[in-house]
Design a protein around this ligand. Structure first.
Ligand code: SF4
Length: 169
C-alpha cells in the first residue's frame, strides 16, 4: 500500500468519534525514510483547517527552535497520537487513543525511524519498538507559553540536534 492509500484510510476513518467534529484528517507529513519522527498529542484547530501537523503557533515555534539548532523540519516525519482534532482541543480519551494507535504503529514500521521524539506527556502513549531510541521533550505549546519551560525546551532541542548528528540511518 502506498502512503497516499494509507492516508486515505485516515481521511475516511470512523473508528472513534473524533472524525465527527473535524474538517480534515491529519495523518502527518515528512520523508518516508526519515531518521527522526516527532509525535505530538493531536491536531489542533489550525492543523484541522489545513490537514497538516504542527502548523499553528506551537508548530511555528517548534519549527523556529529546530531551525535555530540546525534541524530541518523537512527532514523529520511529524505526526500525532491521534489523527483528528478533538473538541475544544481536549486530551483524547483512552478509547480514542486505542482506536487510533494502529495508524501510528503502521507509520513507525513503514518509516523505521532511528529516533522518536515524544512531544509532551500524552505522546508517551506511542508504541515502543525495539531498536528505536525514544526521547521525551516538553510540548512546544507549553514551552511557548511558560518562560521557565522555554529554556529547558531549548536545551532539549540542542541535545536532540547533537543526538541526530551522532545517529546514522
Ligand atoms: S482519531 Fe484516529 S481512530 Fe479516531 S476517527 Fe480519526 S483516524 Fe480514526
Amino acid at each position: 500500500m502506498s502512503m497516499e492509500e494509507f492516508n486515505m484510510q485516515i481521511y475516511s476513518c470512523s473508528r472513534c468519534r473524533l472524525w465527527q467534529g473535524a474538517k480534515h484528517g491529519v495523518p502527518g507529513e515528512g520523508p518516508l525514510n526519515a531518521k527522526v519522527m516527532l509525535v505530538g498529542q493531536n491536531p489542533g484547530a489550525d492543523e484541522d483547517e489545513l490537514g497538516r501537523p504542527f502548523v499553528g503557533r506551537a508548530g511555528r515555534f517548534l519549527t523556529k527552535m529546530l531551525t535555530e539548532h540546525g534541524i530541518k523540519r523537512e527532514d523529520l516525519f511529524i505526526t500525532n497520537i491521534v489523527k483528528h482534532v478533538s473538541p475544544q482541543n481536549r486530551k483524547p480519551f483512552t478509547d480514542e487513543v486505542a482506536a487510533c494507535l494502529p495508524y501510528l504503529t503502521a507509520q513507525i514500521s513503514f518509516i523505521k525511524p532511528k529516533i522518536i521524539v515524544l512531544l509532551g506527556a500524552s505522546a508517551k502513549e506511542a508504541p515502543r519498538v525495539e531498536g528505536i531510541e525514544y526521547i521525551q521533550i516538553i510540548h512546544p505549546s507549553a514551552a511557548m507559553r511558560f518562560t521557565n519551560m522555554r529554556e529547558k525546551f531549548r536545551l532539549q532541542i540542542a541535545d536532540l540536534s547533537k543526538r541526530i548528528q551522532q545517529t546514522s540511518k
